[in-house]
Write a protein that binds this ligand. Structure first.
Ligand SMILES: NC(=O)c1ccc[n+]([C@@H]2O[C@H](COP(=O)([O-])OP(=O)(O)OC[C@H]3O[C@@H](n4cnc5c(N)ncnc54)[C@H](O)[C@@H]3O)[C@@H](O)[C@H]2O)c1
Length: 363
């Protein structure tokens, strides 16, 4: 089992990564001296595929255990689900000495983390990511939240877990489209890191898509290390952490315009393509490099389809995005892997052109 330390300014905690390590959860709870009143929220699909494994983590050492099934989708990443979880905690007499465990993908982790950060002004929390996307990205860094109105992740908090336990054996039951979603965030890290990691991901993409153990574990560890160092430098996203939004300003608006028929990780891949076009239109990325870097996201072109969409509506949603300041949309752009530009403003025509050129690869 690998241990990667996340040294955020509010709290340091480990991310444990390994195969078949869920059984170590009870001893890790002991080792970290955590509360014994345990509220476990499990993604319903994960419970279906991995019931036996999850039953095994419930031990007599836990004073009280309640397990709740959660149906994860962008519509259920809502205030209503938060209220239902609060109601369940209250009905079962949980108080400040509660340990909440989220077992699931990014949606489960985001919403349960938000509940943990607000119930009784914050209770202990453990993330057990079960999707590739959650393993490489969302389980680390402490961003929690829900969608509100038509805006993604509008309500939320920064709240770090006690630890993250990434058991790669969960990934075996993922459908291919969910693996593609995880690869969306992996591609983001490939563009954020450097040429070396970018070319490793380009070469190993097919093995990761098949979840080959060596490449998958190595990639999870590399992404977690990268996210840990960004969070360590800027936990609250006042500067450097903004780089993690590469492709996401486009992606979030596309998801909303598509009424979530397209998944987050798929939208991230399209968003990365749009960000590459915009980098080129802004004169940051040469035409030659644009073609070179488009090759990576377009490796998964046949695995993502988007319904006909309204580009003007997507643009309006981007204007409303919480990362826009004074009515201006700010982008993360790049000239090469690892060479990023933050807070770049762009003329409407260039954004529209980037959306048109980017999205047309996937229609
Ligand atoms: N907090 C952050 O820093 C952060 C970062 C990136 C993304 N996110 C958020 O993460 C969310 C997307 O996460 P996701 O892609 O993990 O989606 P998800 O949580 O919806 O999971 C995807 C699907 O896979 C199923 N599933 C989960 N684990 C499984 C398993 N082991 N086997 C079979 N099926 C399984 C779920 O039931 C669901 O249907 C988005 O809402 C996004 O905004 C948050």
């Amino acid at each position: 089992m690998k241990k990667i330390e996340v040294k955020a300014s509010s709290k340091s905690y480990p991310v444990y990564v390994g195969n078949n390590i869920l059984e170590q959860l009870p001893s890790l709870i002991e080792k970290h001296g955590l509360h014994k009143n345990v509220f476990i929220v499990v993604d319903e699909n994960v419970l279906g595929y991995h019931l036996k494994k999850i039953k095994n983590i419930i031990t007599e050492k836990m004073r009280k255990v309640v397990v709740v099934e959660f149906i994860a989708n962008e519509k259920s990443k809502s205030n209503k689900s938060v209220e239902e979880l609060y109601d369940c905690l209250i009905k079962n007499n949980f108080g400040r000495d509660t340990l909440i465990i989220a077992i699931g993908g990014g949606i489960t982790g985001d919403i349960v983390g938000f509940v943990a950060s607000t119930f009784s002004r914050g209770v202990q929390f453990i993330q057990v990511p079960t999707t590739l996307l959650a393993a490489v990205d969302s389980s680390v860094g402490g961003k929690t939240g829900i969608n509100y109105g038509k805006t993604k992740n509008l309500i939320g908090s920064f709240y770090q877990p006690e630890f993250v336990l990434t058991d790669t054996s969960f990934l075996k039951s993922l459908r291919e489209e969910e693996i593609v979603c995880g690869i969306g965030e992996i591609m983001k890290y490939a563009f954020l890191c450097d040429e070396k990691f970018y070319s490793t991901i380009s070469k190993e993409l097919k093995q990761i898509l098949k979840l080959k153990p060596t490449q998958t574990t190595k990639t999870i560890e590399a992404c977690v290390n990268m996210k840990a160092s960004v969070v360590q430098a800027d936990e609250m996203e006042s500067g450097l952490r903004k780089i993690l939004n590469l492709g996401h300003t486009f992606a979030h608006a596309i998801e909303v315009e598509q009424e979530h028929k397209i998944k987050h990780g798929q939208a991230v891949i399209i968003g990365l393509v749009c960000a590459l076009y915009l980098s080129h239109f802004k004169g940051i990325l040469s035409a030659e490099k644009l073609v070179e870097y488009l090759a990576l996201p377009l490796l998964l072109q046949d695995k993502i389809t988007i319904d006909k969409c309204n580009i003007e509506t997507i643009y309006k949603i981007m204007l409303r995005d919480k990362k826009g300041r004074e009515g201006k949309i700010k982008f993360v752009l790049l000239s090469a892997p690892g060479v990023l530009y933050l807070d770049v403003e762009a003329e409407k025509e260039l954004v529209i052109q980037s959306l048109e050129d980017g999205i047309c690869h996937f229609i």
